[in-house]
Design a protein around this ligand. Structure first.
Ligand SMILES: NC(=O)c1ccc[n+]([C@@H]2O[C@H](COP(=O)([O-])OP(=O)(O)OC[C@H]3O[C@@H](n4cnc5c(N)ncnc54)[C@H](OP(=O)(O)O)[C@@H]3O)[C@@H](O)[C@H]2O)c1
Length: 265
């Protein structure tokens, strides 16, 4: 969407979500931001307000479906939401041994259910209203996946699976909702410098700053790119790994470093 005026971002209290909030903040923009950490969220609210944006910052857990639906309906009642970025997510892996059931379920619940709890009420709200925009669009929904969605990496089984689930969901929803005036985009970043990756104890090729990633994402959303995957060399690499026969890639993937088990918050 060219010039979104009302933007809702989950997981805006840190990392990529925070960088996106700051990137979109300007005088005629209303930002609805959520996260779990009240103190960090408040600091970002003030930063965005100082850039001239109007703000609604809420402490809401994305796994709380009722709270998410109520918040989204409340914002929508004030002003039509142009852009929703379902960004909140956690990461954890097999660095400490096989994933525990608690870890696997936590990652799955936040990264998949949390996205659904954001997307479904947003779609409902957008479909319920007539577009007031000259381009006839009702709204845009961006889903945060990852380059880790293209192949199951042994270092983070549930994380990869969760990101694959939301990528596929978003790609399908893009086709389904296009003719109803809602654009859906899937964001697949490589390694971005945030608290989520700060715990990784291994080298992260082409690690990118969150501000730069946010600028790339904003530009690509403006152009309504269906799949926003970057950095390109890393995207081609994972596509190559995913395209090669499993018997060739398995031995290599088995020796890659693993994400810390405690990385999920
Ligand atoms: N960094 C990367 O390299 C990378 C690469 C590809 C994809 N991603 C994805 O990008 C998204 C943002 O990650 P990040 O790197 O910016 O990590 P981050 O700095 O740890 O930020 C994660 C954000 O999600 C929020 N969050 C987590 N669980 C939540 C929950 N249950 N309810 C509400 N909010 C919750 C956090 O809120 P609190 O801090 O307030 O708890 C925080 O604002 C994630 O979906 C991640 O999987 C990251």
């Amino acid at each position: 969407m060219r010039d979104p005026k009302t933007i809702l971002i989950t997981g805006a209290s840190s990392g990529i979500g925070e960088a996106l909030a700051v990137e979109y903040a300007k005088h005629d923009v209303f930002l609805a931001l959520s996260g779990r950490d009240a103190e960090r969220l408040e600091a970002i609210r003030i930063r965005c307000r100082n850039k001239g944006a109007m703000l609604d910052a809420r402490v809401i857990d994305v796994t709380d479906a009722a709270a998410m639906a109520a918040w989204i309906a409340e914002i929508e009642a004030q002003r039509p939401i142009d852009l929703v970025i379902a960004n909140a997510g956690v990461s954890a892996g097999t660095g400490g041994g096989p994933e525990s059931e608690a870890q696997a379920r936590n990652v799955r619940t936040i990264n998949v259910e949390g996205v659904m709890n954001t997307v479904l009420p947003a779609v409902e709200a957008m479909l319920a209203r007539e577009s007031k925009r000259t381009d006839g669009k009702r709204g845009q929904i961006a889903i945060m996946s990852s380059l880790a969605s293209f192949r199951g990496f042994p270092g983070a089984p549930t994380y990869c699976a969760s990101k694959a689930a939301v990528r596929i969901y978003g790609e399908a929803m893009r086709g389904e909702l296009h003719h109803r005036g809602i654009e859906v985009n899937v964001i697949c970043p490589g390694y971005i410098r945030t608290p989520l990756t700060a715990r990784n104890k291994f080298p992260m090729p082409m690690l990118m700053d969150a501000d730069r990633a946010a600028r790339k994402i904003k530009r690509a959303l403006r152009r309504n790119r269906g799949r926003i995957a970057f950095p390109l060399p890393m995207y081609f690499l994972v596509r190559l790994i995913a395209g090669l026969p499993v018997r060739l890639t398995d031995p290599m993937l088995r020796i890659l470093p693993k994400k810390d088990a405690a990385a999920g918050k």
